[in-house]
Design a protein around this ligand. Sequence first.
Ligand code: FES
Length: 153
Amino acid sequence: MDKIKRPTDLFKSDLTVGEVSKRSGIAVSALHFYEAKGLIGSHRTEGNQRRYHRDILRRVSLIKVAQYLGVSLSEIKAAFKELPPDHQATSIEWKAMSSKWKKRLDDRIEHLIKLRDQLTSCIGCGCLSLKDCPLRNPQDQLAKQGSGPQLLE
Ligand code: FES
């Protein structure tokens, strides 16, 4: 016997914001924020309630991982331009996107190692000198702006 599909059944495979929150571990307010920033998308039921396609779980997971890696929301949004909110990404597309952030993570690790090594020379010093402290003025970057007190101008 065939069941008659009711309008609400059409969206049964979709998720409410509460379900997305529960399954992803991301607060409802954060999901609304991501949506306002254009990172995720939803559609409305006949009763004007938000519904998300199940693929949203993968997308919000990627957002959280990217944020954990230090990728800004604007960078995530730029990366998502290749994956519009209503597009169900394939695993190959996700892999391509996440591999772009590997370089960024490598750069960040290298930067943190340098920072750690420079901090070693600062421990116990406390001068925070613009001239001598590698943390206050890394690689004497202020010198590139010209001679004299660059920060006062
Ligand atoms: S605090 Fe003195 S060199 Fe960094």
